[in-house]
Write a protein that binds this ligand. Structure first.
Ligand SMILES: NC(=O)c1ccc[n+]([C@@H]2O[C@H](COP(=O)([O-])OP(=O)(O)OC[C@H]3O[C@@H](n4cnc5c(N)ncnc54)[C@H](OP(=O)(O)O)[C@@H]3O)[C@@H](O)[C@H]2O)c1
Length: 323
């Protein structure tokens, strides 16, 4: 077996044309790392932002950089004989971000605590495109908001990667879910379990929502139409707003303090935890959560996938087949 592998490599930040292909050394496996042969991965906004010199690019000080944060694949090498995942096991997982050796490659090396058994009900493409967005949705809906029956939750951008998992999770845990999207995605939101849907292009959500909500999961911030600031108008006293896109609403805390100090406000960072992915896999296998793929591309066409994500109107997720 050769020590080299095929990978998508980036040697300078820029447009999607910087996504090139090369033979590079396989990642090492050290300590609790598990070597996984990648079958599929997904493209997320963070990949596009970082590739273009934003996102977490400031932490990347050497090239080539291999993009990709999530994957599904087959264990090639375990760190020790009784490690939880052994050669041949089908897994999915997420890498710590940022990193140099991402999942747009034949192999990734990842701590086993960031792995879980691949959901049986999902294809490789679905499983590979699930971890990052579903873990983010979990961090917001379950860990931060502790959403439960009787609560009302507003999810902005409910049709996107994070949003479509957030709507499903909030619905599963009993909340009354209100979600925003453009007109063509409203039926999709209803299928995911949204109780009320709002076409953000033709309706002001603060005019439509007459009863205050307990939680807002803000996947937009103030980069479009002051979505973050306007959300404060629909929150009840003591409610919670979670702003997810880093840097999209830098004045959030000051604005909340000046508008209604009883409102709790938080940003969010996800961590790649296999134990949560195990629960997500269970929900998928029992039919309570699904991954919607807008499109699937072979690795050679990853530039097209990046352009689609950059456009900002993906429904669900974009998957990349690597193997
Ligand atoms: N902090 C973290 O750790 C973390 C983790 C994950 C993601 N993020 C960030 O969170 C954001 C969402 O991520 P994502 O993966 O869900 O993105 P995504 O999949 O690219 O989101 C696309 C969706 O956004 C919707 N949308 C666009 N503009 C909208 C608006 N003004 N109002 C309502 N919906 C709108 C689109 O719906 P239509 O097509 O119907 O317009 C589309 O379905 C990104 O900025 C991402 O970088 C942060």
């Amino acid at each position: 077996m050769t020590d080299l592998m095929r990978a998508c490599v980036v040697s300078e930040f820029g447009g999607s044309e910087v996504l090139q292909f090369d033979e590079v050394p396989r990642p090492y496996i050290a300590n609790s790392d598990t070597l996984v042969r990648v079958k599929a991965t997904g493209v997320n906004p963070i990949d596009v932002k970082t590739r273009s010199g934003k996102g977490v690019s400031r932490f990347i000080d050497r090239f080539p950089w291999i993009p990709g944060n999530e994957f599904a694949g087959v264990v090639e090498e375990a760190p020790y004989e009784l490690a939880p995942f052994q050669p041949g096991d089908e897994v999915f997982g997420m890498l710590l971000t940022p990193h140099y050796q991402g999942s747009c490659a034949e192999f990734v090396s990842v701590p086993f605590m960031s792995l879980a058994k691949k959901p049986k009900s999902m294809s490789w493409a679905e499983a590979g495109a699930t971890p990052l967005a579903s873990l983010t949705a979990w961090a917001g809906v379950v860990d931060a908001a502790r959403v439960h029956t009787g609560q009302r939750m507003l999810v902005h951008a409910g049709a996107g990667g994070v949003g479509h998992f957030a709507v499903q999770l909030a619905h599963f845990y009993g909340a009354h879910v209100i979600a925003t999207a453009s007109e063509s995605n409203l039926d999709f939101l209803r299928e995911l379990g949204a109780d009320e849907v709002i076409d953000y292009r033709n309706q002001r959500f603060e005019d439509v929502i007459t009863e205050p909500v307990d939680v807002v999961l803000d996947l937009i911030g103030n980069v479009a139409d002051n979505t973050g600031s306007r959300s404060l108008k629909v929150l009840r006293d003591g409610g919670l707003i979670i702003n997810v896109p880093t840097g999209s609403w830098p004045e959030m805390q000051e604005e909340v303090a000046a508008t209604n100090p009883s409102i709790r406000a938080s940003t969010l960072k996800l961590s790649p935890e296999g134990r949560i992915l195990t629960t997500i896999a269970q929900l998928a296998d029992q039919g309570d959560l699904r991954t919607h793929l807008d499109a699937t591309f072979p690795l050679q066409q990853i530039a097209e996938a990046h352009d689609l994500v950059a456009d900002g109107h993906v429904r669900g997720k974009i998957a990349i087949e690597v193997a």
